[in-house]
Design a protein around this ligand. Sequence first.
Ligand code: FCB
Length: 477
Amino acid sequence: MNRRNFLKTAGAAGAGLFLMPNTLYSALQNSPYTRADFGPDWQWGVATAAYQIEGAWNEDGKGESIWDRFSHTKGKIKGKDTGDVACDFYHRYPQDLELMARLNIPNNRFSLSWSRILPEGTGKVNPKGIDFYHKVIDKTLELGMEPWVTIFHWDLPQALQDKGGWMNRESIGWFSEYANLVTREYGDKVKNWMVLNEPMAFVSLGHLLGWHAPGKKGFGKFTAAAHHASMVQAEGGRIVRANVSNANVGTTQSVSFVDPYKDKPGQQKTARRLDAMLNRIFIEPSLGLGYPFEELPYLQKKIDKVIQPGDLDKLKFDFDFIGLQTYSREVFRHVPIVPVIHALRQSPKKRGHELTEMGWEVYPEAIYQTLKKFNAYPGVKKIIVTENGAAFPDKVEGDQVHDAKRTQFIQDYLGQVLRAKQEGMRVGGYFVWSFMDNFEWAEGYKPRFGLVHVDFETQKRTVKDSGIWYRDFLAGK
Ligand code: FCB
């Protein structure tokens, strides 16, 4: 069903329309845009990540990653799920990429598994791992799509974790070896590169809260990992630029729109502190602005322990684009006794908006606000929305999945992206997370983000209505 049919069907529901949630109703009235409104240079795509789709966790010489170890540890992943098989993309990539092309998708964002290429993280190269990504890249190109490669999307080799992982300063050297290898290997075919996926997410979830691999907890661990990942972010940028001719080099950031709990100075200050914590620690050093110590004095004490002379300069890199990934909004209440952040997160349930399967508030304006925030940095040359999308429960009916909420979510968020573009912001692309349902980290397989449904028992793919909508939208319908 294309967008117009979708509108017609919704309209045919007649009085039923008034029973729809407000967001749905308003968007049906207010999103009269087409692909052409975004202009001819706009980059459209879908995104995935190696550990979330590939499976084949120990095949053809692949080494263990921290996500293999973590998902094999009791009690870490909901439903005892693992990425051992996932979408079996490792074996099914030809058909999956053909399906992607049939959906008219011009750009395929995916990540490389470090331990598939370098099983021990450094040293001995696995030729079958190298070969696998050549095949994925070749097939992508052969089908008329462009590969957009994320060098690191969270699956650090376990062998490196055993030496301290991101908390060890040597991680800068380990990553450089890996990044040099892959950019030299694939650089003649791949022009679009992203160094890291959401450093704030993997550093905090994995080293402060312990919810993700490698399951570490503590502010000292967090700051050490954050500083080294920040160094790697810039170093990776330099490596891509040195090894790839005509590279389009970026890195991605998770960005949360933080709204004050109340319109009072104390609460606004709290919102600024949380904004600094969630959104500024990785982008600002790369722009030469240093860490946001003014809002986060405690961070300074910890960073002082790991920073070395000359690092501030090395943290800088002039990326061609920043990948922005916003899904929702956050609200924090000032609570002085909470250490470091002096705040507690308000449950999104309290705000009366619809929530996704992840428990994230549906709040389309969040993406506009985060684009505005990043656009305000003069050093950010261009922004690409490298991930956005939603998990809702899906039901397969025959060979269809009527996921009206996901389609609506994408239409509403995209409408806000268009608003930003029309106001002259430097935003130039949009990638849906995700091409197909996959392993959603600690949440396992339950939250489904795909435009394509995956039956994890049979590996059957079913294009959802949202996928059909995106296909027709990309066709200019
Ligand atoms: C992002 C991650 C991605 C996926 C989506 C839902 O934070 O980059 O791998 O899990 O969230």
